[in-house]
Design a protein around this ligand. Structure first.
Ligand code: GLA
Ligand code: GLA
Length: 710
């Protein structure tokens, strides 16, 4: 189902070219030349073996139009290379020089109100501007010609976080490109009218020349959600096309170095549909910034689980994370002692073979001066830099032990993620604006960990048919084709778990009819053996209305495992359903005064229906992590899994494997230290970890990491 480019991994400058990559963004152009000596010396001390260079250096490379100066960059690359530090060289197009905006202000993006965005930051360019593209591709070709044979440049870092600042452009170039994109997608204007449901509000489009961007339409005018969704897809595709044009320009001249661009996979954002982007890179890389608080490690693992799937199980690259605080939130929490190492090794535990940071040397000026770095303002005599050196050693140890190239062991369950469903849940035309697909994926992911087992996260469009169980949390949008895939999967013996706001609309944002969830013209409903007519929406805080509804036993329906979800609470969304299947079992129902208040008392909340050789569960309401955990423990976790890990819900345990070796990673998820018994294998890394007297016993303290090799 995916057509990835062949996997190519960048070499290091070690004798074999192998090793776990370790380094960060390097911006020597922000510093006087003398700093380079100290940087290289300290990089050596820390064990840095790769840097990403020239990401924002366009104005240094082409200070005035058409005059290219590579001397400074040659010098830096040469010094780095001779010190054994490989260069992941940027296409340098993420921030354009001011002279370009002076001569071509028409490349600046336009916001939805029609205001032209001002120059002075980064990514201030229209992805569809032919003028900008010409300048950018010229720079790409110059770089490729100049560095194609440079032995120290071992990978191309295209752009930087495509879409960060120019995801939504409403310029006339965008309009023209959108019309072309729509024509290519739909072929005929009738097909577009049908897909967009333009019979609504007099929006019939007579020809592709009348197609509009969802610009601001005044007051509270609501955008047509079908049009909006296509606009999201279009924006994704324009940036991806831009990336491909840059990549192809370089590849024509320099075909033998691998290409990547840094994704922004983290559970609080969904800028791009990376399931499409992953097809177009030689190795996938990600920028991940930590969540503070209790979910810190879980959230990291959840984001990484998607990364590992995007990499098709091959190793992937952490292009950026932070040694400590960032500076772009209202309040910027630092990392505690050990978290620098712990987060880095957690990424490794989840399949990363490269650990890099934003950035090497903390800036002195500019918008990111208070963003942590590998070498902080305090200098080398600092906790952070000592932590960085310690990390360098640990990565070297893991490298020497043969970790590189091993792959993350897959779980038996896949939680399905769809960027398009995430975009759809952001529509302001739904029953509740509190819907969030990604957050529900994260809650399920955490609940699996709390239940003592791990799930993978797979893009919906990938092939997940080898899993035993697939979970669809708020996969709002399901096409007929995907519904059929789910039915075939269940018919063949798979288990499908359908969340409360899943399968309500098709790929054009048309509601499926005949009762909810109607995906596949009722196929999903039939699989589940239930039929919904309305949604019960809570959470408005309105006086006199219940804030929450409880689940429990009661009513007339025979309950199986009635106790399991007794007392579980739903606060956002309940499906008003009737059971239609002959063999549908009700596993939990709404109960109590609040349920009665909303006429839900005794109504099925969680059901199970046999389907072919498999089964389909319906979780008809939102549940928090603790209640999802109970549900998973009772119905979804395989007995073997839950037994082995009963004692281990406090720890994130992953395995990376090759034909020759297996590495077990153990990372405490909370504040408590964790006692492990019967761990097989030789310890490779013992960070904030003590070995017990008994063979195979360990105490892993808060933010500690144990890695053993079997
Ligand atoms: C207004 C409009 C209708 C419809 C309703 C929805 O009354 O006149 O067209 O949009 O709101 O509540
Ligand atoms: C992003 C960018 C970097 C830097 C960091 C700060 O990931 O790619 O240039 O701005 O954020 O966290």
């Amino acid at each position: 189902m995916t057509t990835h480019r062949a996997f190519r991994w960048p070499s290091l400058l070690t004798e074999s070219g192998r090793g776990i990559a370790f380094g960060g963004d390097y911006n020597p152009d922000q510093w006087p030349e003398e700093t380079l000596d100290e940087d290289i010396r300290l990089m050596g001390e820390a064990g840095v073996n790769v840097v990403s260079l020239a990401i924002f250096s366009w104005d240094k490379i082409e200070p005035v139009e058409g005059a290219f100066t590579f001397e400074w960059l040659d010098h830096v690359i040469d010094r780095l290379g001779r010190a054994g530090i490989a260069v992941d060289l940027a296409s340098a197009t993420a921030a354009a020089p001011l002279w370009l905006y002076e001569s071509h202000p028409e490349v600046l993006p336009v916001d939805r109100y029609g205001h032209t965005v001002n120059a002075g930051s980064r990514q201030s360019w229209q992805p569809t501007s032919p003028v900008f593209k010409e300048y950018a591709l010229r720079l790409c070709r110059k770089l490729a010609e100049h560095y194609k044979d440079n032995p120290y440049v071992t990978a191309w870092h295209m752009g930087n976080e495509y879409g960060w600042n120019n995801r939504y452009d409403y310029s006339d170039n965008a309009l023209a490109a959108f019309r072309t994109w729509c024509e290519a997608k739909y072929g005929t204007i009738d097909a577009l009218n049908e897909a967009w449901g333009t019979a609504f509000w007099s929006q019939h489009v007579n020809s592709f020349d009348e197609v509009l961007l969802p610009r601001h339409m005044g007051g509270d005018a609501m955008v047509n959600p079908s049009q909006q969704l296509d606009y999201e897809r279009f924006g994704n595709d324009m940036l991806l096309d831009f990336y491909k044009a840059e990549r192809d320009a370089i590849e024509q001249i320099c075909p033998d170095k691998p290409f990547t661009t840094n994704f922004m996979v983290s559970t609080d954002q969904c800028v791009m549909n990376y399931a499409k982007w992953a097809d177009e890179v030689d190795f996938v890389s990600n920028d991940h910034y930590f969540h503070e608080g209790e979910s810190h490690l879980d959230e990291l693992a959840c984001s990484d689980a998607l990364m590992d799937s995007l990499a098709l199980g091959k190793p992937w690259y952490v292009m950026e994370h932070s040694t400590s605080a960032v500076q772009w939130k209202p309040l910027n929490t630092r990392k505690r002692a050990g978290e620098l190492m712990r987060d880095s090794l957690a990424h490794v535990a989840m399949g990363a073979d490269a650990i890099c940071f934003f950035q090497w040397r903390q800036s002195k000026s500019g918008a990111e001066a208070f963003h942590s770095a590998m070498l902080p303002h305090a200098g080398a005599d600092s906790k952070v830099f000592r932590g960085v050196c310690e990390l360098g050693k640990a990565l070297k140890t893991l490298s020497d032990a043969g970790l590189q190239g091993t792959e993350l062991e897959r779980a038996g369950t896949a939680i399905l993620f769809s960027a398009e469903s995430e975009w759809a849940t952001r529509s302001e035309t739904l029953p509740s604006m509190k819907l969030n697909h990604w957050h529900d994926v994260r809650d399920w992911y955490r609940a699996f960990l709390d239940a003592g087992t791990r799930a993978d996260i797979m893009p919906l469009k990938y092939d997940w048919s080898d899993y035993k169980t697939v979970v669809l949390p708020t996969v709002l949008m399901l096409s007929a084709v995907d519904t059929r895939r789910l039915a075939d999967f269940a018919a063949a013996g798979g288990r499908v778990v359908v969340g409360y706001a899943t399968g309500l609309i098709d790929e054009n944002f048309h509601t499926w009819l005949g009762g909810y969830p109607g995906a596949g013209n009722g196929l999903l409903r039939d699989m589940l053996g239930i039929r919904g007519e309305e949604f019960n929406i809570l959470g408005s805080g309105v006086e006199g209305e219940p804030e929450a509804i409880r689940l429990g036993a009661g009513g007339e329906v025979a309950l199986e495992d009635a106790a399991a979800l007794n007392g579980a609470t739903t606060r956002l969304w309940q499906n008003d359903v009737t059971v239609t299947g002959d063999r549908t079992q009700v596993l939990a129902m709404y109960a109590g005064e609040e349920a009665d208040e909303w006429e839900l008392d005794g109504m099925a909340a969680v059901t199970r229906n046999p389907y072919g050789a498999g089964e389909a569960y319906f979780v008809g309401c939102d549940l928090d992590v603790a209640d999802l955990t109970k549900l998973i423990r009772t119905y979804l976790a395989a007995p073997a899994q839950s037994q082995q890990s009963q004692a281990n819900t406090d720890v994130l345990h992953t395995v990376r494997k090759s034909a020759d070796a297996a590495f077990d990673f153990y990372l405490p998820r909370g504040k408590k230290e964790v006692e492990l018994q019967g761990v097989e294998g030789e310890p490779v890394v013992l960070f904030q970890t003590e070995r017990g007297e008994e063979n195979g016993s360990y105490t892993v303290r808060r933010n500690g990491v144990l890695v053993v090799r079997r």
